[in-house]
Design a binder for this molecule. Structure first.
Ligand code: PLP
Length: 379
């Protein structure tokens, strides 16, 4: 994926065709013949599409014919509607009391997490919801029994539960029985609900990892990938099946050299003087820091790609600047571009590698690329 040089201190470049290809890879894995009894795909574009730009990504997915998008909040749903997206929009992380009107007016589809909420949504004249069952994640989702759910629904006239969903806690972990247990509980409750006359037409459970590493009973009428659309699948533990699709990162993150300087042996670099040159060293100061999303935890640990080779971060990452050792690339000059995520020649860095060094997860790296980092799109 070649990137175009840009006049921006620090920027990301997102490939629309990569997003589209990743989406198609997931869709082809779950629905190879595109028949109605194969799962559909909900494109998860929450958190500004994991830093990739929710409106831009949603437009790419819309062009690919996607019917469902998912966001975390009503605000995120309104942003998509305001930009003209007409797909169904699932709001997954809860609706606040003051947001009911926006849900109705913007035709958003909320996920309901409690029986009380069923009543409140009915009172707010919201007609369709999806109901989340807590099957062991112990985060959002109701723990109520099927008969309690059926009773609550009978007392919520005008409200239809269009979808039933749950969420995996440990989808990549094939050394644990948590996922099969979650699947068993989900199907048990869905069956009990059906016996009580509650039969939502849609059911969904799997996000990226449970699509990549399939388990019996996890792919239902829809799947909900996010990470995969951006080009990532988390590594699995234990005896996982091989991944059902292949995706590649859609985002490259670049910055520029602000200054180059030579320091003598013994000089200390940055706040706290935490790095000391053992030999004469050439430094480059980069126009990106933790305010741009470079993890502070990469201080004295991380690497970037400069002049086509890996260059170590020296000293602490500061708010707007990061210092690297470019002794091995003496040709580099102020104004030259440096890669934080992406590739130069055959050297590459992805969010999983960065995350590992920083002691976090790739999701966290992508979502932390801050608003001040300019976004550019290529086809
Ligand atoms: C974020 C999220 C997803 C998407 O997860 P990925 O691992 O990015 O595919 C799906 N469902 C729910 C409820 C989520 O919060």
């Amino acid at each position: 994926m070649k990137s175009v040089p840009r006049n921006a201190r620090c920027y990301v470049e997102i490939s629309r065709s990569r997003i589209a290809a990743n989406y198609r890879a997931v869709r082809d894995a779950v629905a190879p013949t595109r028949s109605t009894n194969e799962p559909g795909v909900i494109g998860v574009v929450k958190a500004d599409a994991y830093g990739h730009g929710a409106v831009e990504v949603a437009r790419v997915l819309a062009r690919e014919g996607i019917e469902w998008l998912a966001v975390s909040s009503v605000d995120e749903g309104v942003t998509l509607r305001t930009a003209g997206l007409t797909q169904r929009i699932l709001v997954m992380a809860g609706v606040m009391p003051w947001e009911f009107e926006a849900v109705r007016e913007q035709n958003l589809t909320p996920v309901v997490h409690s029986l009380d909420e069923l009543r409140l949504f009915a009172e707010a004249r919201i007609s369709k919801v999806h109901l989340k069952l807590d099957t062991g994640m112990d985060r959002l989702g109701t723990l109520a029994e099927a008969n309690q759910i059926a009773t609550a629904l009978a007392a919520a006239p005008g409200l239809t539960v269009e979808g039933l969903l749950s969420h995996f806690a440990s989808a990549t972990d094939f050394t644990s029985d948590q996922s099969p247990e979650q699947i068993r509980l989900f199907h048990e409750k869905a069956t009990a609900l059906r016996n009580l006359g509650v039969q939502p037409p849609l059911m969904h459970f799997a996000s990226t990892n449970a699509v990549a590493y399939p388990r019996p009973g996890a792919w239902l009428s829809l799947v909900r990938p996010g990470h995969a659309i951006y080009g990532y699948v988390s590594p699995a533990r234990g005896a996982a099946p091989s991944a059902t699709f292949h995706v590649r990162p859609a985002l490259q993150w670049k910055t520029h050299i602000v200054a180059v300087k030579d320091i003598p042996a013994g000089a200390r670099v940055g706040y706290g003087g935490s790095w000391q040159a053992e030999t004469p060293t050439r430094l480059a100061i980069l126009a990106a820091g933790y305010a741009d999303g470079v993890p502070h935890r990469l201080s004295n640990k991380g690497k970037v790609i400069a002049g086509g080779r890996l260059a170590p971060i020296v000293g602490t990452v500061s708010m707007d600047l990061t210092t690297i050792d470019i002794t091995q690339s003496p040709q580099l000059q102020p104004g030259d571009e440096v890669t934080l995520l992406g590739s130069e020649g055959d050297v590459s860095l992805d969010a999983q590698q960065l995350a590992k060094t920083a002691g976090t997860i790739s999701y966290n790296i992508l979502c932390s690329i801050s608003a001040r980092v300019r976004r550019f799109y290529t086809d």
